[in-house]
Ligand binder design. Sequence first.
Ligand SMILES: [Zn+2]
Length: 133
Amino acid sequence: MKINFTLEDIRDFCGDTFYERGQSYYNSGRVSELIFDAEINRYRAWVKGSKAYHVEIFNINFTGNDTEAYCTCPAYESYGCCKHVAATLIAIFKQKRSKSVSKKSKNDKHKYNQMDHLISSITGMEQSRRNRT
Ligand SMILES: [Zn+2]
């Protein structure tokens, strides 16, 4: 997928204050579990601050008004945007840019699936062990 937005679009979308706080959140590695669901064109992530907040972003397309962002924090409720949304958008931007440069997203996906399989077989082992005791 090509990047169709810039950091300036993110700044416009979130406003200067949230954008700058979001950037420092991103830089200190607070965005985790960033996942894209192609079926509904949605990104979701957890952003850690004093608490962990769940961010969802639909239809990233800053050329129209399609972009919808949600966060579970109190600031989002008051302002309709927040530093968590900004941090997640920046993480998406960086991820897309690095993927379009390296072009190894297919390999990554394969690796991810293998890891997923490994994790579920470990959890399965744990569960059967627990059932025995
Ligand atoms: Zn938030």
